[in-house]
Design a binder for this molecule. Structure first.
Ligand SMILES: [Zn+2]
Ligand SMILES: [Zn+2]
Length: 341
């Protein structure tokens, strides 16, 4: 879909590569199983218009940062090259010849794959097929010069960054438009399906859609699956950011003023909140404490008459000070900026 959009909207006139993302609901017809719902929310990150292996690294780095930022432990890339239309057919022939010699040993599914989609042979999960896969020829040994160099350069970049990766010879793509880099990010300890995302190059896709040659690479993942995997790794979802300032008020006129200050603070980018429901001042301050606010602005009837508010530093040993009403927003902007709290 996204390559079609690239062609249709003439994005090749923009500075290349074009970096895009998509997100939205995906529906599946196949059997529903754990972590694979009838409807799920897929997101994709794509980088289109450049063949440089540094772009592969860039896209992989987005995945890395995303999943390490979420708190996943034991991450590593699984990488491979799926070749190109020049070199892949030669490999497929070698693979088919190899499997013909072992046809009696493999499962019924694999005998079908041998006729229809030989690359999928490497995906088989049946126990008795595993030794055959282990000993199968590797596509690495049949890559053309261009594909081999692309893969070597990518590995060199990953080595240089110190990113852990494993060359996984089973990682290939059956469709013709997939080319060169294939990758997944694996996280440890989440069971049989280790991958948190998968992606790769599709340099042949644009031409297959009737466009001109346009290289591209991307990856995708499903939100619901990520949530399940986070639970499997025992990752705590980070809490909402706490308010920097809580407003407390006593009486209706003070409440009107508090609501005005609330808006003014937010317009300055300060995370401000207010207690609703006209509770007692004590209850409101308790709420500010519980919310983890750094400051409370207390507006009482007396102070309001003198155009003043009380600013209470809610942190350990914090002080109270009387601040002119028209200076309180500036003061809190300074305070929250300097303490970054
Ligand atoms: Zn090639
Ligand atoms: Zn099999």
């Amino acid at each position: 879909g996204i390559m079609r959009a690239y062609i249709q909207h003439g994005m090749k006139t923009q500075p290349q590569p074009v970096k895009l993302f998509t997100t939205g609901p995906i529906f599946r017809y196949e059997r529903v199983q754990a972590g694979r719902y009838r409807q799920h929310t897929q997101f994709d990150i794509e980088c289109i218009g450049e063949i440089d292996p540094a772009v592969d690294l860039e896209v992989m780095s987005v995945a890395w940062q995303l999943f390490s930022g979420l708190g996943f432990q034991g991450l590593a890339f699984q990488i491979n090259s799926t070749g190109c239309p020049k070199c892949r057919p030669g490999y497929i022939q070698v693979l088919v010849d190899y499997y013909r010699r072992h046809e009696s040993e493999v499962c019924a599914d694999c005998r079908r794959r041998l006729e229809r989609n030989p690359l999928r042979l490497l995906d088989c999960k049946v126990d008795s097929c595993q030794p055959i896969i282990e000993a199968a020829p590797h596509i690495q040994d049949y890559l053309c010069d261009e594909c081999r160099e692309h893969f070597a350069t990518l590995r060199h970049y990953l080595d240089n960054l110190g990113r852990p990766y494993v060359v996984n010879h089973r990682l290939v793509r059956g469709l013709d438009y997939y080319t060169k880099t294939v990758f997944e990010v694996w996280a440890e300890g989440i069971g049989a399906q280790n991958a948190v995302c998968g992606g790769g190059r599709y340099d042949g896709l644009a031409e297959q859609l009737g466009g001109e040659y346009t290289p591209g690479i991307g990856f995708g993942s499903g939100m619901e699956r990520i949530v399940l995997l986070m639970k499997a790794q025992g990752i705590q979802v980070p809490g909402l950011p706490r308010p920097q300032v809580m407003l407390a008020y006593l009486g209706a006129p003070a409440k009107v003023e508090a609501l005005r200050l609330l808006t003014a603070l937010r317009e300055r980018g300060i995370r401000a909140a207010i207690g609703f429901g006209d509770r007692s001042l004590r209850a409101q301050l308790r709420g500010a404490n519980r919310a983890g606010a750094s400051y409370a602005i207390v507006i009482g009837e007396e102070e309001l008459e003198k155009k003043q508010v009380v600013v209470q530093d809610m942190r350990e040993g914090g002080e109270r000070e009387l601040v002119p009403l028209d200076q309180v927003v500036n003061l809190l902007q300074q305070r929250t900026a300097s303490t970054n709290s």
